[in-house]
Write a protein that binds this ligand. Structure first.
Ligand code: ZN
Length: 294
């Protein structure tokens, strides 16, 4: 007896995958065919499985991914929440901009979340990213500001949160969904302490969607495959988009040229200066990347 079902991979451990379907969570093995094709199922993959009585359940097919990350290994991420604090630690626009650019490049929506809005004004940061066409939410775990708005944005989505512990990421996650502590706690216990170093990713139920997290996971590590080529870079800055193609020279790099619409928009105050500074820094780096390196 067997039955086909559609589901979502919540996690994979030691060759077993835990797939959530409308009827429950099933432990499955991937069909050998995937190994031959060098495809590894990932958390976040939407799959078709066969549920068997008296023998192993199998993953039969994987739906086309909208995107995937290498570290942590996960597919179909909808939102990258970039968590920064108003102060303690002082935020770096260069780091935020790198993350927003990588997110856009991968087809993930970046959302800048500014914590500790009760400690200092979040206005300046929020103004920069709102102007850049990036969703920005100021939150305070103390006053509850912004929590409902953020819940709404995350609802029904698969999200990853970046940001180190000092920005108050764990406090924020718990303020958003108090069931998370319990879920992650159970998970840590089951695996035992020594296993925390394995960068196993798991999807947790979160705000009506899923949170991709690993125990002890604090920020995304980026690899060569996450680097952006110089010709693609301008498209990773949403506020540049409407100006692209309108510069005086078709070879414009949008760094300093005469007749560059981006440079003009910065002078007119339409594009934040810090965003262009980051763009120029990434452009310098990207000049040295060769396509074959990716
Ligand atoms: Zn230009």
């Amino acid at each position: 007896m067997s039955e086909k079902q559609n589901g979502l991979i919540l996690k994979g451990i030691g060759g077993f995958y835990y797939v959530e379907t409308a009827l429950g969570i099933y432990e499955c093995k991937a069909r050998g065919a995937f190994r031959k094709q060098k495809i590894t199922p990932l958390a976040g993959d939407r799959v078709e499985i066969t549920v068997n009585v008296n023998q192993e359940n199998t993953i039969d097919s994987i739906s086309e991914r909208s995107n995937f990350l290498v570290r942590p290994p996960i597919a179909n991420v909808d939102i990258m929440a970039i968590v920064v604090a108003t102060k303690e630690p002082k935020p770096s626009t260069l780091i935020i901009d790198r993350l927003t650019a990588i997110a856009v490049h991968k087809g993930i929506e970046p959302v800048v979340v500014v914590t500790k809005s009760d400690l200092a004004s979040s206005e300046e940061l929020c103004a920069i990213y709102s102007k850049a066409g990036i969703k920005t939410v100021a939150v305070s775990s103390v006053t509850g500001e912004g929590i409902d708005l953020l819940k709404e944005i995350l609802s029904g989505k698969i999200s990853v949160f970046t940001g180190n512990s000092a920005v108050g990421k764990s406090t924020l996650l718990n303020a958003l969904d108090s069931s998370l502590d319990l879920q992650t706690g159970e998970y840590s216990e089951k695996l035992g302490r020594g296993r925390h170093t394995t960068r196993q990713v798991e999807l947790f139920k979160f705000c009506g969607g899923y949170l991709a997290d690993t125990p002890g996971f604090s920020s995304l590590d980026f690899e060569k495959s996450d680097l952006i080529l110089k010709d693609e870079l301008a498209y990773c800055f949403p506020e540049f988009e409407k100006h692209l193609g309108n510069c005086k020279f078709s070879t414009c790099t949008h760094t300093c040229e005469k007749g560059c619409r981006i440079v003009e928009a910065i002078e007119a105050g339409e594009i934040p200066v810090s965003r262009h500074n980051s763009y120029k820094a990434f452009f310098e780096e990207a000049k040295n990347i060769k396509e074959w390196e990716l």
